[in-house]
Ligand binder design. Structure first.
Ligand code: GLN
Length: 305
């Protein structure tokens, strides 16, 4: 099917207007509360080189938990499937920052896309690279082809200051013997990842390898085809936390969200998308963003189902 992607995105942009701003802007990371709830952007990149965007697609925002997608990818590159010894791959059914399950399950997080799982993935990366911050940023710069990708120091500092729940999770993991590095080093690198600033177009480009059998157009093979398939599977089942079932039902694509209001989604073999609108639903996923992706798959009939 040939797709006039600009026409589809323009249509979505018109239809989504009444829903922009619906939901809540998170304030537990204070700089995130300063972003206008009126923002909305969407971009897509196809595996055959088309790209389209609408609205605020060129404005950078805090990628937050979308970073967990790139951290998992990096960890896969470093240690392969042995990472599953320390983190599971089942949906959690609990909020992304929940502590209770981790206590019950003796320090093995359910999956890499909740905070506890991402802290373990962070610990794994720390073990294998000398300069983790530089490695992380240059990985993102490589797969987007955009050297100016960087973090917001304001968001980074705010998370260090206000990250009590993440600190609790990291301490619990340490107590169960599932962190090798010290708690503050793991937290610091984890907050660094969350504080990366990117826009929809850059994020669609950064996740295109997942639609393209592991190959990034600008950087070549990022992961093997098998690993790309597995990352997509974990995104579908766990990428939107305890709303992953509803997201699969409505949107029908692997997706990864962040509390900055961004959601990345992948149509395997075809394209990657990113949508951004800062007001969140009760599970911490962009309200208008989820609706826009739902409109997209309904209009184009592109879904994995
Ligand atoms: N930095 C955020 C946190 O640790 C990321 C959460 C998210 O985007 N869901 O709470």
């Amino acid at each position: 099917m040939t797709l006039n992607c600009q026409e589809v995105l323009d249509e979505i942009h018109r239809e989504i207007q009444p829903l922009i701003g619906r939901g809540t802007i998170p304030d537990y990371i204070p700089p995130l509360a300063k972003v206008s709830g009126k923002k909305f952007g969407m971009a897509l990149q196809t595996t055959d080189g088309q790209s389209c965007e609408i609205g605020d697609a060129a404005e950078r925002f805090s990628i937050q938990s979308i970073s967990k997608l790139f951290s998992l990818t990096l960890a896969f590159r470093l240690v392969g499937t042995s990472l599953w010894k320390r983190v599971g791959r089942e949906p959690s059914g609990t909020p992304f920052n929940s502590l209770v399950q981790l206590e019950y399950e003796r320090g093995i997080p359910r999956n890499p896309f909740i905070n506890a799982g991402a802290l373990v993935i962070t610990d794994i990366i720390l073990e294998h690279v000398d300069d983790p911050q530089k490695t992380y940023l240059s990985f993102l710069q490589q797969i987007t082809g955009i050297p100016s990708v960087k973090i917001s120091k304001t968001v980074y500092q705010a998370e260090i200051k206000s990250g009590h729940r993440n600190r609790a999770l990291a301490n619990l993991l340490k107590d169960f013997g599932n962190l090798r590095h010290n708690v503050e080093d793991v937290l610091s690198f984890y907050f660094f990842q969350c504080a990366v600033m990117m826009n929809c177009t850059e994020l669609a480009m950064a996740s295109l390898f997942l639609a393209n059998n592991g190959e990034a157009p600008v950087a070549g093979e990022v992961v093997s085809q098998r690993h790309a398939k597995r990352i997509n599977a974990v995104m579908l089942t766990c990428g939107t936390y305890d709303a992953a079932g509803d997201f699969a039902y409505r949107v029908g694509l692997p997706g990864k969200s962040g509390v900055g209001g961004g959601i990345v989604a992948v149509v395997p073999g075809r394209m990657s998308l990113c949508v951004w609108s800062p007001a969140l639903n009760s599970a911490g996923n962009s309200y208008a963003g989820t609706k826009a992706l739902e409109l997209f798959t309904t209009k184009t009939r592109l879904s994995v189902f």
